[in-house]
Ligand binder design. Structure first.
Ligand code: FNR
Length: 382
């Protein structure tokens, strides 16, 4: 199967799996522990039924969305992904440029393999910056200062990493810091020669924003300590709110009371997220967590959602249940893995065409005016 015959995101995942050594594929594809949360995320989306209404003029479909002072052409953007160049060389830049070209937001991860300055330039005004609060306040402050200087206007502080996710696939694959070539890794490298040669040309992917700090890291725990803090609390968030003059979002909210606290602190939005099922395998899927949060917030701040978006219709489901915007992580990453820049374009095109088709079939020509009336559960009550 070539890119042109990839009909859906899952086909791109299959292509990526063929092209990428197992340890690198699993790094992105995997979730925490038994991966129940990972599976539940997309299954719960798929279970939500929407009832089409016909005989409506859908000859023009409007997918534009106003968000944080910008108008985007589509209601989805790229979620922050760390170390993505290990999946496919230059993945970060490919996706940042794609988002700029398609006028959708690109969220640059603190843990990206490319510096935040380079990503700001590639995203050409459409870049947002995702912040991991470090256990060292000076490291955090330096990232915030750099993000400001690079011209980011939206800062997304990730809350759901107080403890590292336990990813069983990575343990089985013996991924380690520094990276070691085990006999199993060696076999994967020679059986995926194109990936190996392209990666060799790129050089070893690292976490670019902290390259100096991590140069001597000898364990995953060292990296974890530099990157994230186990004691990042609401007090830190309040200080960040005072410090950051632009829009501030909190990513990783699953409880309505936490969402309320974000409003009280003056945040501009939240991302209902479980980190794509990579953190706590016991938590709720995000689309199941969304309605209670949307009820609690009642439109006071913006609600974004990610984790499990695999179809264009998922974006519509999210809107019907109270989200303003969605982010997609693996869906676009699989595209890059399947075919570099052309593969990323294909992933984008699939999500866009599926979205437009779903809006047409539902009789909802404008994305921004969708309400819960399209939910089959709403219809069955009338
Ligand atoms: C992530 N995610 C993530 N989130 C974040 O805030 N900072 C980060 O550096 C990363 N890194 C990261 C790496 C990889 C390989 C993955 C798959 C995910 C989480 C990401 O932003 C998003 O929440 C999920 O990817 C959404 O789920 P889907 O769309 O992948 O199902």
């Amino acid at each position: 199967m070539g890119l042109g015959r990839a009909a859906c995101i899952d086909d791109l995942r299959t292509l990526a799996r063929r092209r990428i050594p197992r340890f690198a594929f699993d790094l992105v594809d995997g979730g925490a522990e038994d991966e129940r949360n990972l599976r539940r995320n997309s299954e719960a989306f798929a279970e939500i039924q929407l009832t089409p209404r016909y005989l409506v003029d859908v000859s023009t479909i409007d997918t534009r969305v106003e968000l944080f002072g910008s108008e985007f052409d589509l209601p989805f953007g790229m979620a922050p992904i760390g170390m993505l160049n290990a999946f496919w060389p230059d993945a970060d830049l490919i996706l940042a440029r794609l988002c700029a070209a398609k006028n959708i937001p690109y969220v640059a991860s603190s843990a990206a393999s490319t510096t935040l300055e380079e990503l700001a330039e590639a995203a050409d005004g459409n870049g947002w910056f995702q912040l991991y609060a470090s256990s060292d306040d000076d490291v955090t402050e330096s990232l915030v200062r750099r993000a400001e200087a690079a011209g980011y206007h939206v800062l997304m502080a990730t809350a759901d990493v107080p403890a590292a996710g336990k990813r069983d696939r990575d343990i089985r694959n013996q991924l380690s810091v520094p990276f070691k070539i085990t006999p199993e890794v060696f076999v994967e490298l020679i059986t995926h020669i194109r990936w190996s040669l392209t990666s060799l040309r790129q050089g070893k992917p690292n976490i670019a924003n902290y390259a100096n700090l991590l140069a001597n890291a000898t364990s995953y725990a060292d990296v974890q300590k530099t990157l994230v803090s186990a004691s990042f609390t609401w007090e830190h968030l309040a200080r960040l709110r005072e410090r950051w003059k632009g829009r501030l979002l909190v990513k990783g909210i699953l409880h309505p009371e936490d969402a309320e606290k974000c409003v009280a602190l003056g945040c501009d939005g939240i991302v209902v997220s479980n980190h794509g099922g990579r953190q706590a395998d016991f938590g709720p899927s995000t689309i199941e967590a969304l309605p209670a949060i949307a009820r609690a917030l009642a439109g006071r701040i913006k609600i974004l959602i990610d984790s499990g978006i695999r179809r264009g219709a998922d974006t519509v489901r999210a809107k019907a249940l109270g989200a303003d915007f969605v982010l997609t992580g693996r869906a676009m990453a699989y595209g890059v893995g399947a075919g570099g820049s052309a593969g990323a374009d294909r992933a984008f095109e699939i999500l866009q065409l599926e979205l437009v088709r779903a809006l047409g079939q539902l009789g909802t020509p404008s994305y921004s005016t969708i309400t819960d009336s399209i939910l089959t559960s709403a219809t069955s009550k009338t």
